[in-house]
Design a protein around this ligand. Structure first.
Ligand SMILES: Cc1ncc(COP(=O)(O)O)c(C=O)c1O
Length: 382
């Protein structure tokens, strides 16, 4: 797109602002757009009234994100001792955390106990023993395996108890001195198929009934993450968080009633569209008739999202994009796997041209490496 078209409506930042940031910080630059992060959180809250939001830190644990979301009232889904420490270091109370990793290290469980994080998830018998030895009386949430039809990443393969084992796992936890309070699930990420959530909620209803018949009164329903990106402009939007909220919120009340606690753990949906990467062309070559552009961030950096999260991104420039040619975008390392996009259509670019990658806030910077000595992009809150 041309500079004149790069208005606040496109990336959430004006051209002038971007220009100043590049001048000040150079590239690669990973911008967290504060307004968009806040909007995404507020929108989620309004689409899911009555559901407490525990931001899944794994999507992007940058301190700016914890700070902004913490200030506007978000709680946090944490997966390790280190994530608990990080959230605590922002002055956020342990009551605003759920330790939502079903396989925990013993020292993680001990740290949760000592620091006051009292809700933990589990999905197997061994974890009950581990938690009971270290943390008697902990409130535990059983994660079940649920359908992930159509989701890009299946989160019920490595995790989740078979629903028909749920009652045993709840009884065993109670016998071991733990306090079973609810059920959680994750329908896969991102999930655009609301039926996955509906089918999961039906399973939870059955488990609540089975548990009640044995005297265990569950009251927490954790619907996990999986919600799609909240994007303002996109070519391919199919299902929005809003449309999911309209279907699921009434179901939660119908199935469980107002006295229950409803929890969601969105990650991608809160931070995905709040992240903008600006990278620069640092090299060009023509190889076997193909145009190669080498950027200053790559497959080992922010674009770890490609192998780990199976993400597909859109690339923009400040150039006249009326004529585009297939090219290869590669990263800066001395490794041949470091290719970001092969066959993508781009205008002809020169050295130092900027490439903009919106919607890159989740599962990207979080897993970036410093392979070959290339530092992670600088992060700016704008
Ligand atoms: C337990 C748990 N909760 C929440 C999330 C966040 O998922 P998403 O980013 O799809 O919202 C994840 C992501 O893998 C997860 O493992």
């Amino acid at each position: 797109m041309e500079k004149s078209n790069l208005s606040a409506g496109v990336f959430g930042l004006s051209y002038d602002k971007i220009d100043k940031l590049i001048e000040q910080h150079d590239t690669p630059l990973f911008i967290i757009i504060r307004e968009r992060l806040i909007d995404n959180y507020q929108a989620f809250r309004s689409f899911f009234p009555g559901v407490e939001v525990y931001y899944a830190l794994k999507a992007n644990p940058h301190p700016y994100i914890i700070q902004v979301l913490g200030e506007i009232g978000s709680s946090f889904d944490v997966a390790s001792l280190q994530e608990i420490q990080l959230v605590l270091s922002h002055g956020i109370s342990p009551q605003r955390m759920i330790f939502a990793n079903t396989i925990k290290r013993k020292k993680g469980i001990r740290f949760a106990k000592d620091s006051g994080v009292s809700r933990l998830t589990y999905d197997n018998f061994d974890e009950i023993g581990k938690m009971a030895r270290v943390f008697q009386g902990a409130s535990v949430i059983l994660r079940i395996k649920t359908p992930s039809v159509g989701s890009r990443i299946n989160l019920s393969y490595k995790f989740g108890a078979e629903p028909n084992e749920a009652l045993d796992l709840l009884l065993k936890a109670q016998d071991a001195g733990l306090n079973p309070i609810g059920i959680s699930f994750h329908v896969g990420s991102p999930c655009t198929n609301v039926e996955n959530y509906i089918a999961s909620l039906k399973l939870v209803v059955e488990i609540f009934e089975q548990a009640a018949s044995k005297g265990i009164h569950l009251h927490t329903i954790d619907i996990g993450g999986g919600f799609p990106l909240q994007v303002y402009q996109t070519k391919n939007i199919k299902v929005s968080v809003e449309s999911m909220g309209k279907i699921l919120t009434p179901l939660l009340l119908e199935y469980f009633g107002r006295d229950c606690t409803f929890v969601a753990e969105p990650g991608r949906s809160l931070v995905g569209s709040a992240g903008l990467l600006i990278s620069k062309v640092i090299g060009r070559a023509k190889r076997s008739g193909k145009n190669w552009y080498y950027l200053d961030d790559g497959y080992y950096g922010t674009f770890t999202a490609i192998p780990f999260d199976k993400s597909v991104f859109e690339f923009y420039t400040f150039k006249d994009e009326s004529e585009k040619y297939p090219c290869i975008l590669a990263g800066p390392t001395c490794d041949s796997v470091d290719i970001i996009a092969d066959g993508v259509l781009m205008p002809e670019m020169q050295l130092d041209d900027l490439v903009f990658v919106p919607n890159i806030g989740a599962y990207s910077w979080a897993s970036a490496t410093t392979f070959n000595g290339f530092e992670k992009p600088k992060v700016i809150l704008a």
